[in-house]
Design a protein around this ligand. Sequence first.
Ligand SMILES: Nc1ncnc2c1ncn2[C@@H]1O[C@H](COP(=O)(O)OP(=O)(O)OP(=O)(O)O)[C@@H](O)[C@H]1O
Ligand SMILES: [Mg+2]
Length: 530
Amino acid sequence: MLGQQPVIIIRENVDRTQGYEAQRSNINAAKAIAEAVRSTLGPRGMDKMLVNNSGDVVVTNDGITILDEIAVQHPGARMVIEVSRTQDEEVGDGTTTAVILVGAMMEQAELMLNKKIHPSVITRGFTLGMNKALEIVDKMAIPVKADDKKTLLKIADTAMTGKSIESIKDKVKEIAVDAVMTVASHDGKISVNEDDVQIKKQTGASMDDIKLIRGVIIDKNRVNSEMPKKIKNAKVALVASPLEIKKTEVKSKIKISTIEQVSAFSEQERNSLKKFADAVLASGANVLLCQKGIADAVQYFLAKGGVLAVEDVPEKDMKFAARALSATIVNKADDLTKEMLGTAELVEEDDDADQVVLSGCSNPKTVTISIRGSSVYLVDELERAVIDATRVVMDAMEDGKIIAGGGAPETELLIRLRDYAISIGGREQMAIEAYAESFASIPLTLAENSGLNPVDILVSMKQAHAEGKSNAGLNVFTGTVTDMVKAGVVEPLRIKRQAIISSEEAVHMLIRVDDMMVSQSSHRSPAPGL
Ligand SMILES: Nc1ncnc2c1ncn2[C@@H]1O[C@H](COP(=O)(O)OP(=O)(O)OP(=O)(O)O)[C@@H](O)[C@H]1O
Ligand SMILES: [Mg+2]
């Protein structure tokens, strides 16, 4: 107020929530989001069935997939979903864990706000706690070598346990580990480019048909049925520009299967078209992938020469093929030489799937995982599982560090952070203790989702960790507390680190909000309380 005149600084049509209400609203939102995915955590977690406006159905237990599908308006809730998205993008797994942690931390923050502890004390304590938490998990980490296939298989296994594709898990983990080990680059340090593992999905057939192709799959048929369908010891030419001439005197597109039909072109055109085919044949190629079109007459000559050709191959697939086959993409067919060709043991058209499969490449820099399944839902869930499995293997290979799963790190944090809090003292001590307490949410949820008594399990877990058994976690199948590393339940360290960092960052931001202004156009339902 200036004098008696009210000063209006925000425009109309803005919903404003302030102070305690704003904090309460964000806390409720975070808790609600965590609640939405809680029941899916762990090997005994359940799946969710989601149906969107257009009636598409998704059945999944993948945290980020669930949250992506549910339309959420609340700005605080959207920030929590962002945590899950970051987790997915950065490390590819642990999306449910990260969101449950945010929910639990917000719940702890609420208790402190109720005790009139200032948000800045809470955030300071949480940040101290986070830094210590990272130190603690780093200490728990176990080194893993990039060629330690046995351990990498365990990591892939942990990431997939409990998904609905469980029945073929053993096959999938072998494929995921082989795929990543094949494309990993060992230049100084190990790095893996996610894009070098391509997933091609098809409905039909069974999930058991999953295959690792040391090569590439092009989602197209051969361009001409006169061409061979299968070529062994393939020499593959990759050409970027079209194998056709811009304007022909022959107006309509005709199917050419005899030399007489080729005569319909003028002699000059005939010669130019034949030259395209001759250039390919002269290089020694018996397979051609062309990024653009191949004229009918050229197809005719190529077919005569025994070449299997595919036209209009997307640029992305061309580049991928070049790395898989160790080939060079040439701009014009004329530029082709023997050295530029790639090799594949077998190139074959699978006309059931409308695909041309180029497999058996020696030393490929890219590989393809071909997945099948009887329904779209299954294929999609299998794809998510394959992505999770390959991502965790990549994480572990790149960092060379893994950590026990089954709630072991979270229980260790719960115990060690409390000790740390005491060493800090003062008001921050309370905040660090509250931060520590939020990690109990993971073992508790794992136990609950396995039909076990969460409190009893947590007591046994804490007991084991207090005795120095830092890898003690919950065997969800037997209900006993055991050494998770010995049980083979291990995860990349990077997953835990990322979940610790991104959950704290989101909570930090949310607690500091004491004023929420939502303009009418950007939200359709009342924000507070979800
Ligand atoms: N065999 C097992 N025994 C005990 N715990 C396990 C086992 N396999 C996995 N876990 C634990 O389950 C938790 C992971 O569960 P889940 O994969 O459902 O969620 P997430 O990885 O957090 O999220 P999402 O996979 O949806 O991105 C981790 O704490 C992991 O250690
Ligand atoms: Mg997971």
